[in-house]
Design a protein around this ligand. Structure first.
Ligand code: AMP
Ligand code: MG
Length: 412
């Protein structure tokens, strides 16, 4: 059985980065830049004021203070968007607003709070220093400067910066279409009649939700019954996708036909079975360059296997550099028993008490129930060889989402 780290490595080695597409910057939110971005203009494009006040010649107000006030003649104003057209001479001031352009001849802004007004004159009561409160042309970004690199993730600040630079469209990496096939004679879909003994096919939905959560595109292939013809025809249908996910039918039961059928439609098996609990009977292979994941059928095993193998793969396809969830160290709040020689991924809740971060098992760890996933903030990573795990031991916890209830109170 392959250790989980090696299995992850083998998966990522096979994963291609997709091609690029051109998108409107808002549509590109959450995507990864597939181009470098150089500034096509200066930001700011001209010297302007960071304050409300008066634009002046610094030489006029050097050393000004309340016992040595300087009186300047107000010759006009420069609000944002309506520059003062004239030239400022010695002894003069132009009233200026935040974002207003610095008039020709001026070099410094004195804040309104440091002045008093007397009719057409302003009395300057402070020396703010040469060039004070001026945002200079190209101070933030200079034309030709590299602002973004291929591989940068587009978050809200990047959207704003792209807009600032005048880019409406950018190249980003494409999103993979991920075909999802559920398998099992016992499964019924949501719109089918349910009867005792049947199981609602939840994996199609939990896996599709995980695919969406990664930013990729799910494509349901429905439910295949446990026979080769149905499996084969649905898998062939899935070949149009960039990635194929199946769930169920990859164990050693009599009707576990998925692995063999995948091989029949052209999959080269890279590995089968990983030393992890839950999630042992995972098969991974490729059809051409197309990655194929045969996930175990138990709902929790399928989701946790997705987290460990499929999520990093999809992120890599979409050009991401950081492929893994954040990890934190926490103290065990209780003993944790583990029941096999494999690496255990124990669903846990996280909480903080007196500044110490604790992890506690969600209790039930049955891989057949999604209960433990619903309750979990993360997965404790417990290698069997380090057992026993006792209250107070430090363990590593992989986040499962970002809504972790540590310090959920306001920070202020
Ligand atoms: P299998 O690997 O096919 O033996 O499935 C293992 C367990 O997972 C069985 O109890 C199945 O009923 C269950 N299971 C398989 N596929 C799904 C699915 N799509 N939705 C919910 N449960 C499933
Ligand atoms: Mg089955």
């Amino acid at each position: 059985m392959l250790p989980i780290g090696e299995a992850q490595q083998k998966v990522l080695e096979e994963i291609p980065v997709l091609g690029r597409e051109r998108l409107f910057i808002l549509e590109a939110l959450g995507r990864v830049l597939a181009q470098d971005v150089e500034a096509v203009r200066d930001v700011p494009s001209a010297d302007n004021s960071a304050m409300d006040g008066y634009s002046v010649k610094y030489s006029d107000i050097v050393g000004a203070n309340s016992s040595n006030p300087v009186r300047l003649k107000i010759i006009g104003e420069s609000p944002a968007g309506k520059p003062y057209p004239g030239l400022l001479e010695q002894g003069q001031a132009v009233r200026i607003m935040t974002g207003g352009l610095i008039p020709k001849g001026a070099d410094t802004v004195i804040m309104l709070e440091d002045t008093e007004r007397e009719g057409d004159f302003v009395i300057c009561l402070n020396d703010p220093g040469a060039r004070a409160h001026v945002r200079f042309k190209a101070e933030y970004v200079r034309t030709g400067e590299s602002v973004f690199r291929r591989g940068d993730v587009i978050r809200p600040p990047e959207v704003g910066m792209l807009a600032t630079l005048g880019h409406a469209y950018v190249y980003v990496y494409q999103r993979p279409v991920v075909a999802i096939l559920s398998t099992g004679d016992e499964l019924v879909d949501l719109d089918e009649p349910f009867s005792e003994g049947k199981v609602i096919c939840s994996n199609t939905y939990s896996l599709a939700a995980q695919v969406l959560d990664c930013g990729a595109i799910p494509l349901s292939l429905g439910i295949a019954s446990d026979n080769i013809d149905d499996l084969r025809s649905r898998l062939r249908d899935g070949l149009r996708a960039d990635v194929i996910l199946t769930s169920g039918g990859v164990s050693v039961g009599k009707y576990d036909l998925v692995k063999d059928t995948l091989t029949e439609v052209g999959m080269k098996v890279k590995f089968w079975k990983v030393a992890m609990k839950p999630g042992k009977p995972l098969v991974f292979g490729t059809i051409g360059a197309k990655p194929v994941f045969g996930l175990p059928g138990n709902p929790t095993s399928a989701m946790i296997s997705f987290e460990q193998f499929v999520r990093p793969a999809l992120l890599k396809m979409m050009g991401r550099k950081h492929l893994f969830r954040p990890l934190m160290e926490a103290q065990l709040a209780e003993d944790v028993k583990i029941s096999s020689g494999r690496l255990h991924l124990v669903r846990c809740k996280l909480f903080e008490k007196d500044g110490v971060k604790f992890a506690v098992s969600t209790g039930t760890q049955s891989s057949a129930s999604l209960r433990s996933m619903v309750m979990a903030d993360g997965l404790m990573i417990l290698p069997a060889e380090k057992a026993p795990f006792r209250a107070g031991d430090k363990v590593r916890v992989q986040f499962l989402h970002t809504d972790i209830p540590l310090r959920s109170e306001s920070h202020y």
